[in-house]
Design a protein around this ligand. Structure first.
Ligand code: PEP
Ligand code: MG
Length: 321
């Protein structure tokens, strides 16, 4: 198997019936790019920038961030790189921000909510990203978007910083796509509206599942409810993909589900454009996809989305793919 995977390192991802899907990798630091390239990923689908801010006692400067982002973009040599703006809060704390303790951190003041309120932090990161954009194929993604107002505000701040840099004669790419994570059910439900304004979606199933099922992703006692294959989750994913494609936008997925062998045939059938996963999952996924037919998968998806429970979905996938 290892030998079979190795042969796929420099190949595109093509299904048995000739359809191309993009396989990207998730990273947390510039050092992770090595593994991305060694495993033949076609891009970075999620760069979690939180690590730049963690394990230290003050915020990273614009210059520090600029260097990290530029390094990733340069090493990826023009391949797409989706960098997510700060997604702190929930399980990821920053002690030096001195934020009050909350009853429900996963439902609290985090990610884009914090960035829109403490705009100095957000603007510093955006400037670093914009400056780095001249060194590769950057796409910027906002996390935890719950409303269109949040997206519009975040985009507005980004455009303001861009204009400032342009006025300072700093070179900034003119082709930066601006997208959002779909990880809150309200955004999945309104994806037809979002699709008119964003350049792309990336479905964050790690959070989308916990918020849809009301089951904390860290809590063992309710882990039985954390169901990626629940038809409710699959229908939300379908809604998002259909809404995006209607507006000619692309949809990725950067939650764990994107690299899951049981989910992959379903996601192919639903028309997912980009699968972003841990680097070590890329070659196994490419191998799996090369044996699947997209037309077949589309047919089976109709059956799957009409099922009642996750268990039936798993059984069906195991028997039919
Ligand atoms: C997600 O929620 O699916 C995701 C990719 O983001 P994180 O795991 O960093 O919350
Ligand atoms: Mg998330």
């Amino acid at each position: 198997q290892k030998a079979e995977w190795a042969k796929l390192v420099n190949e595109k991802t093509t299904t048995a019936d000739g359809h191309h899907a993009e396989l990207a990798a998730n990273i947390g630091t510039p050092q992770d790019v090595k593994g991305v390239l060694e495993n033949g990923a076609e891009g970075v689908g999620l760069y979690r920038t939180e690590f730049l801010y963690m394990g230290r006692d003050q915020l990273p400067t614009e210059e520090e961030q600029f260097k990290a982002y530029r390094e990733v973009l340069e090493k990826m040599e023009g391949k797409p790189v989706v960098i997510r703006t700060l997604d702190i809060g929930g399980d990821k704390e920053l002690p030096y921000l001195d934020l009050p303790k909350e009853m429900n951190p996963f439902l609290g003041f985090r990610a884009i909510r914090l960035c829109l309120e403490q705009q100095d932090i957000f603007r510093t990161q955006l400037r670093a990203l914009l400056r780095a954009s001249a060194y590769g194929n950057l796409k910027i993604m906002f996390p935890m978007i719950a409303t269109l107002v949040e997206f519009r505000s975040a985009k507005q701040v980004l455009l303001e910083e861009k204009e400032k840099l342009v006025n300072e004669n700093v070179s900034v790419s003119d082709n930066i796509e601006i997208g959002i994570m779909v990880e809150i059910p309200s955004t999945a439900v309104l994806s037809d509206r979002f699709a008119k304004e964003v350049d792309f979606f990336s479905i964050g199933t790690n959070d989308l599942i916990q918020y849809t099922m009301a089951a904390d992703r860290m809590n063992e006692r309710v882990s039985y409810l954390y169901q990626p294959y629940n038809p409710a989750i699959l229908r939300l994913i379908q809604m998002v993909i259909k809404a995006a494609h209607k507006e000619g936008k692309w949809v990725g997925m950067c939650g764990e589900m994107a690299g899951d062998p049981i989910a992959i045939p379903i996601l192919l059938g639903l028309g997912l454009d980009e699968f972003s996963m841990s680097a070590t999952s890329v070659l196994p996924a490419r191998s799996q996809l090369s044996k699947l037919s997209k037309t077949e998968a589309e047919k089976h998806v109709e059956t799957i989305l009409n099922m009642d429970i996750a268990e039936d979905v798993v059984k069906f996938v195991n028997e039919n793919f």
